[in-house]
Design a binder for this molecule. Structure first.
Ligand code: PHE
Length: 334
């Protein structure tokens, strides 16, 4: 009985310890065989009973040892064929989209000049995209040719430029206002290597007392040098936009040939990269900003065009096809 209890309580933490138990109890010289050899001294009338008890004890012990052994080989099979010391699979990093890289760079440059970032909706009304921006009712940009209309009378449409966000911000905020508005815009244009019906712009707006054209020019010069390099020069050419007066288009000296002339700048040495001007007083008034007290400048640029110059991308359609061979070539996401 005492021996049965001892065996019952026996523990083993390794297969070798199980084997030791086997030797200790049921091998030839083990404790149970010892009982068998003492068996001859048992009085005849008790032999039957004692014999059975010893046999039961032996079976009990065999069961116990087999169970212990099973429990080890079971927990073994949990890691069977699995090498826990093997190095892990490397985690593949994604890459940032080239348009996101350029957008973030632009945001950072203007951030250093104190420009905040704001956004507006892609689905807009006529007021924010055209009327408040001083477009006359018959302006060709409203034409079905250029604008994707969603509803007519009142007109709901996909914005054709991020200038709509100028209006939304000026309607909501008193000057001083100094912010940029990155976003996606839509124009009903045939898709080719050079143009797409979806593209991205970054708009800039600065409205305060005494904002001058000289402030605009200096801001854009700083931007161009930060983005394309310290040696970059800018050139402002007179232009026309309904919402700015005076208006200009800005060229930067070609960063590819350094102004020497190449096929990217069509041998002019200059690349057009944005439109800009002083905010038209009619636009300020449409947003309830006193145009006698405040002036402002605005500018807008296409991100695709800058990214194509930056990375030497020849076809705008690559940006929207999500071909992994194209995307993998850009900076890793971390
Ligand atoms: N919205 C104009 C465009 O899409 C760019 C622009 C913005 C021009 C702000 C002047 C001022 O072409």
């Amino acid at each position: 009985k005492a021996l049965q209890q001892e065996i019952d309580e026996a523990k083993a933490s390794t297969l070798e310890e199980v084997d030791e138990l086997r030797i200790k109890y049921i091998s030839k010289k083990g404790k149970i065989n010892q009982l068998f050899s003492d068996f001859k001294n048992v009085p005849n009338e008790q032999k039957k009973e004692v014999g059975k008890a010893i046999n039961d004890l032996k079976n009990f012990t065999l069961d116990k040892i087999n169970n212990l052994r099973d429990s080890f080989s079971k927990s073994d099979s949990g890691t069977d064929g699995l090498d826990l010391t093997r190095p892990g699979e490397p985690v593949k990093l994604g890459t940032r989209h080239p348009l996101a890289l350029v957008k973030n760079e632009i945001i950072n440059i203007f951030g250093r000049l104190g420009f905040a970032v704001a956004e507006g909706p892609e689905i807009e009304d006529d007021w924010h995209v055209f009327s408040a921006l001083n477009f006359p009712p018959e302006h060709p940009a409203r034409d079905m040719q250029d604008t994707f209309f969603i509803e007519k009378d009142p007109d709901i449409l996909l914005r054709t430029h991020t200038s709509s966000v100028q209006i939304r911000v000026m309607e909501q905020k008193e000057p001083p206002i100094r912010a940029i508005f990155p976003g996606r815009v839509f124009r009903n244009e045939a898709i080719s290597a050079r143009s797409h019906c979806i593209f991205h712009q970054v708009e800039g707006l600065y409205v305060d007392e005494n904002v001058s054209f000289a402030d605009l020019k200096q801001t854009l010069l700083y931007f161009a040098k930060e983005l394309f390099g310290e040696e970059t020069q800018i050139r402002l050419r007179p232009s026309y936009f309904p919402f700015t007066e005076p208006s200009a288009e800005m060229d930067v000296s070609c960063s590819i040939c350094g102004g020497e002339g190449c096929n990217v700048c069509k041998y002019t040495g200059w690349l057009e990269i944005l439109g800009c001007g002083m905010v038209d007083p009619n636009v300020l008034e449409a947003c309830n900003i006193d145009s006698r007290k405040y002036t402002g400048f605005a500018f807008g640029m296409g991100i695709e065009r800058i990214a194509m110059l930056r990375y030497g991308i020849k076809d705008i359609r690559y940006f929207f096809e999500n071909d992994i061979r194209f995307l993998k070539q850009f900076e890793s996401a971390i």
